[in-house]
Design a protein around this ligand. Structure first.
Ligand SMILES: C[S@@+](CC[C@H](N)C(=O)[O-])C[C@H]1O[C@@H](n2cnc3c(N)ncnc32)[C@H](O)[C@@H]1O
Length: 226
């Protein structure tokens, strides 16, 4: 996990306040207790008898160590997993394909979009890409540059952008700060949105439209549809 410098966080906060956005309302998601990202990942692995798992961003292997599967690869430049490098470097060299890919690396819109697009290129037929931290509750939790310890980043903007694509089907499961599930198939609920630069989306817009933007589905219904 990146080391946080107090003065850097303060400068970022001031910058965000004056130059990006001010908005004080908070969302309440009531994520179910005791259901975590690794429960959803393992459900998919068991149900579809998957053999190959890739995780981008492993930290202390909180998820990676819990996943039971024949072949697992974890990529992180700092700690955890099996390969010590950035996701960009990994995707340049990698020649393997995977049944299920969990993206939880650098939580910046541009990097998440890159990680998802690179993952789509190496996803086996009928595979899944899962993306963590898609449902921030406050402006601060999603601010880039980061100015808060507990932080999901602006991953949500990448999901909103991909929700407009016709041949990607995406839901966001309402567990554990939001786990988006991406499949290469006809979009069942395409998002229509008048937006040219998704990195400039505002938290205020997400606050008032998050159900539609993210296509949020609760855990029970998610399991029924996968
Ligand atoms: C939120 S943590 C991952 C947590 C873990 N997946 C879990 O389920 O608890 C984010 C991790 O992403 C890593 N990371 C940061 N930049 C990255 C990059 N460019 N490529 C891959 N991993 C990155 C960080 O080192 C950190 O360990």
């Amino acid at each position: 996990m990146e080391k946080l410098n107090f003065f850097r966080l303060l400068i970022n906060r001031i910058y965000y306040f004056f130059f990006v956005e001010r908005f004080s309302k908070k969302l309440i998601f009531d994520f179910p207790k005791n259901i975590y990202r690794w429960d959803l990942i393992q459900f998919l692995i068991d149900k579809h008898k998957f053999q190959n798992y890739l995780e981008i961003g492993c930290d202390k292997d909180q998820s990676f160590s819990r996943i039971k599967i024949n072949n697992k690869v974890g990529v992180d430049p700092i700690s955890g997993g099996t390969i010590r490098t950035s996701s960009n470097n990994f995707f340049i060299k990698n020649k393997d394909t995977f049944d299920i890919i969990f993206i939880d690396g650098l939580h910046h819109y541009h990097q998440v979009l890159k990680d998802i697009n690179n993952s789509l290129n190496i996803l086996n037929n009928n595979g899944f890409i899962l993306v963590h931290d898609c449902l921030p509750r406050t402006l601060a939790q999603q601010a880039v540059p980061r100015y808060r310890g507990s932080w999901q980043g602006d991953v949500w903007k990448a999901i909103v952008e991909l929700r407009t694509i016709k041949n990607l089907d995406i839901i966001t499961c309402k567990i554990d700060f939001g786990v988006a599930i991406i499949r290469k198939k006809k979009n069942q609920n395409p998002l229509e949105i008048d937006c040219v630069n998704f990195s400039k989306l505002k938290f205020k817009n997400y606050y008032y439209n998050h159900e539609k933007l993210m296509n949020i589905v609760d855990y029970k219904k998610t399991l029924e549809t996968l």
